[in-house]
Design a protein around this ligand. Structure first.
Ligand SMILES: Cc1cc2nc3c(=O)[nH]c(=O)nc-3n(C[C@H](O)[C@H](O)[C@H](O)COP(=O)(O)O)c2cc1C
Length: 130
């Protein structure tokens, strides 16, 4: 199964979660700041981001809007924030509108609890690998 992990992170919280998941899955987590579009087909794309003043960064929005539905079978979302989970809701809306299947479950970590959530992030991705 081909797993891809992509994220956008300004402060490093979402990156930490992405990297923990990547370690568990044996892949490399790639920042969407370093990749304009997915280069290889994936069975599952894990896509993460966070809200800044209520909205995700426009680079992440543009990345999601540009995903070619033929490149991914399914997307699983993850997010970090101070309180809001709206990045997940917004990404889901964008992706489902494109006809992409988005997993119901998503992973959330509070920004002050990232290190404690790393084992849970690994457990979360593991449940998709079995
Ligand atoms: C400028 C700024 C605005 C933020 N606005 C929100 C917000 O509207 N809602 C929220 O829940 N968290 C907000 N946060 C918290 C971030 O979403 C949180 O720290 C998140 O983990 C950042 O992810 P990153 O470290 O991957 O960049 C904000 C943080 C910053 C720096």
């Amino acid at each position: 199964m081909e797993i891809a992990i992509r994220y956008y992170s300004k402060l490093g919280h979402t990156k930490d979660i992405a990297q923990a998941m990547a370690e568990e899955a044996g892949v490399t987590a790639v920042s969407i700041a370093d990749e304009s579009s997915l280069q290889k087909k994936a069975d599952i794309l894990f896509l993460g981001g966070a809200p800044y003043a209520n909205v995700m960064d426009k680079k992440l929005r543009a990345y999601a809007e540009a995903i070619d539905p033929s490149m991914v079978s399914k997307i699983v979302l993850f997010t970090t924030s101070n309180w809001s989970r709206r990045t997940v809701m917004s990404l889901r809306r964008i992706l489902e509108r494109k006809g992409i299947e988005v997993e119901k479950r998503y992973f959330y970590a509070h920004m002050l609890n990232i290190q404690n959530r790393i084992p849970k992030a690994k457990e979360f991705i593991r449940s998709f690998l079995d």
